[in-house]
Design a protein around this ligand. Sequence first.
Ligand SMILES: [Zn+2]
Length: 220
Amino acid sequence: MLHYTRNNFKGWLRVDGFILNVNLVHNEDLIVSVLSKYELLTLYRFYGARHSQIQLGYKIDFETETNAGITISRLRNVLHLGYPWLYDLKRLMVWQQFSQLMYKHLQSNDAELDSIYYDLLDDAGKIFEKQNPKRIAIESYVKLLGHEGRLHTEHFCFICEEEIINKISLARAFLPAHPQCINALVIDSQAIEVLFLEANSMFLSDIEVEQIYAVLLEGL
Ligand SMILES: [Zn+2]
């Protein structure tokens, strides 16, 4: 597959990606982190604060301009690829929270990325208006954990190391535990089994989804 990295490319290139972080510098300029298919790009946008299409979570089509001797590439000719649900503030809030979590998870990774991170956001964005967005975030995160080999499908408590039967709790990074061992939410273990094995939250109630989403917000 033909793709590029910022180290071997000089000139202009047009790609698309998700804005995962925005920092204001010098009053009106922005440093923008964009997740493209294969890397997390850090780009400089002159007068970016004047442009409404540069917002956390937005999917954009853009050009990067790389010049010899300048360490940070420029973000140019941004086109916002909108979603119909963007005007639903509750959905947008979940989307931006998940985008920020993804940024914190990937920011220290300077190497080429597997496309799964981009693909997870791309897939989630397409169905984000069709169901509870927190369910989609949780299911996406389970896929991420599975890809990274961090999903604990065997239900043993990470505190006492004993098997978990019937009722389960989840700690940060969805580590399984007995509810009494971490004094946290109580969930039916079969519902979690379906979530972990099929990335499907169908057996979780909206209240449980709310609680699991709060665990997700602790960090990827
Ligand atoms: Zn335990």
